[in-house]
Design a protein around this ligand. Structure first.
Ligand code: PEP
Ligand code: MN
Length: 337
C-alpha cells in the first residue's frame, strides 16, 4: 500500500506513519515528490485498516496498489525517474544514445569505436567484458581486462560506460569500473543477481528477457528497487516469437506500455532486437518516435571481423548518419538528442 502524506506533513508525522507500518512487518520506501512525500509499504503480511492510517496526523490518503509491482509503479511515484550518470540525465527530454561493440576485443578496437561514437554524439559507451554466449566455444570476453579497457576509454572520451554483469559474485568487481550495470536478457529472472543489484548504489540497465512478459520484466525491476536501488533503466531488446525473418521481434509497444505502468526510464536496443544492421536505423527512429528515453546500438569498426554480433553492428560511418537522422526524429516528437 502507499500512504500519501499531505503537502505540509512534518518529518515527525512521516516518521510516525513509518513506525506504525514497520510494526506491521512492512518494509518502508520513501518517494519524495515535488509537493508530497509518499510512503510505500511493501512485504507486510497483514495490513492495518486503511481508516486507522487515514486518521493519523499529516496523512492525506491511503491507496492499495493493485498491480503486483509496487515501487516500480506509477501509483507509488507519478513523476518520471531521471537517472544521473556522470553529467548525463536519463529519463528527461534528451534522448540518450549508448553505442559500442558487442564485446570488448582489444584496446585498439575499443578506443577506435569509443572515439568515433563520441565524435558522432553518443553519450554512453557500451561493451561487454563478461559475455553470455549461446555457445561455450564462442569468445567469452576479456573479463577484468575488458573492464580496464572500458575505464581507459571513458578516461579519454568522457563517455559513461555500460557493461554486463552475469553473476552475483561479479557485481562488486564490475561496479568498481562501470557507470551502469547491465543485466542481460538471459538473466532477467536470475533472482539472486537481481537481489545483488538491489544492494548496489549504481544504475542498472535491465534488459527484458527473451520470453519475458512486460509484467515479469517490471517484477524483475521490483526486485532491484525493493533492495533499495531505485536507479533502474528498463531496456526492450526484442522477444522470441514465431517470426524468423528477424533475430527477435522488437516489441516497440512495450515502450509506451512500460511508461504507462512505471515511472522508470525505458531504453530500446534495436541491434539485438532485429539482429540485422539494415534494420537498426529504421527501428532506432521508430523507438525514438515511440517515446524511448534512449537507445543502445552495437557499433564495430569492421563488423565482418567482429568476434560477436557482427551482422547487427553498424560501422562508425553508418552510426554517424543514423545520429543525424535521429536528431530530426527527436525534434519532430519534441525531444532532443
Ligand atoms: C548485449 O547487450 O550485448 C547482450 C548480450 O544483450 P542481451 O542480453 O539483450 O542479449
Ligand atoms: Mn551483442
Amino acid at each position: 500500500m502507499i500512504v500519501v502524506m499531505a503537502p505540509r506533513a512534518t518529518p515527525e508525522e512521516i516518521a510516525a506513519v513509518r513506525e506504525k507500518l514497520e510494526k506491521f512487518g512492512f518494509e518502508m520506501h520513501l518517494s519524495q515528490g515535488v509537493e508530497r512525500t509518499i510512503l510505500g509499504a511493501v512485504g507486510g503480511k497483514r495490513p492495518p485498516e486503511t481508516a486507522a492510517l487515514e486518521v493519523m496526523a499529516g496523512v492525506e490518503k491511503v491507496v492499495r496498489i493493485l498491480q503486483p509491482f509496487k515501487l516500480v509503479s506509477k501509483e507509488f511515484k507519478s513523476e518520471p525517474t531521471v537517472i544521473k550518470v556522470r553529467n548525463l540525465e536519463i529519463g528527461n527530454s534528451r534522448v540518450v544514445v549508448g553505442a559500442g561493440p558487442c564485446v570488448v576485443e582489444n584496446r585498439d578496437q575499443l578506443l577506435e569505436v569509443a572515439r568515433r561514437v563520441q565524435a558522432a554524439g553518443a553519450n554512453l559507451l557500451r561493451g561487454g567484458a563478461f559475455k553470455p554466449r549461446t555457445s561455450p566455444y564462442s569468445f567469452q570476453g576479456l573479463g577484468e581486462e575488458g573492464l580496464k579497457l572500458l575505464a581507459e576509454a571513458r578516461e579519454e572520451t568522457g563517455l559513461g560506460i555500460v557493461t554486463e554483469v552475469m553473476e552475483p559474485g561479479q557485481v562488486e568487481l564490475v561496479a568498481e569500473y562501470t557507470d551502469i550495470l547491465q543485466l542481460g536478457a538471459r538473466n532477467m529472472q536470475n533472482f539472486n543477481l537481481l537481489k545483488a543489484l538491489g544492494a548496489v548504489r549504481k544504475p542498472v540497465l535491465l534488459k527484458r528477457g527473451l520470453s519475458g512478459t512486460i509484467q515479469e520484466w517490471l517484477m524483475a525491476a521490483e526486485y532491484i528497487l525493493s533492495g533499495g536501488n531505485y536507479e533502474v533503466i528498463l531496456c526492450e531488446r526484442g522477444i522470441r516469437t514465431f517470426e524468423t525473418a528477424t533475430r527477435n521481434t522488437l516489441d516497440l509497444s512495450a515502450v509506451p506500455v512500460a511508461k504507462q505502468l512505471s515511472h522508470l526510464p525505458v531504453m530500446v536496443d534495436p541491434s539485438h532486437g532485429t539482429g540485422d544492421w539494415k534494420l537498426v536505423a529504421p527501428m532506432s527512429k521508430a523507438a525514438v518516435a515511440a517515446g524511448a528515453d534512449g537507445i543502445l546500438i552495437e557499433v564495430h569498426p569492421r563488423p565482418e571481423e567482429a568476434l560477436s554480433d557482427g551482422p547487427q553492428s553498424l560501422t562508425p560511418g553508418r552510426f554517424d548518419n543514423l545520429m543525424d537522422e535521429l536528431r530530426s526524429v527527436a525534434a519532430a516528437v519534441g525531444r532532443q538528442i
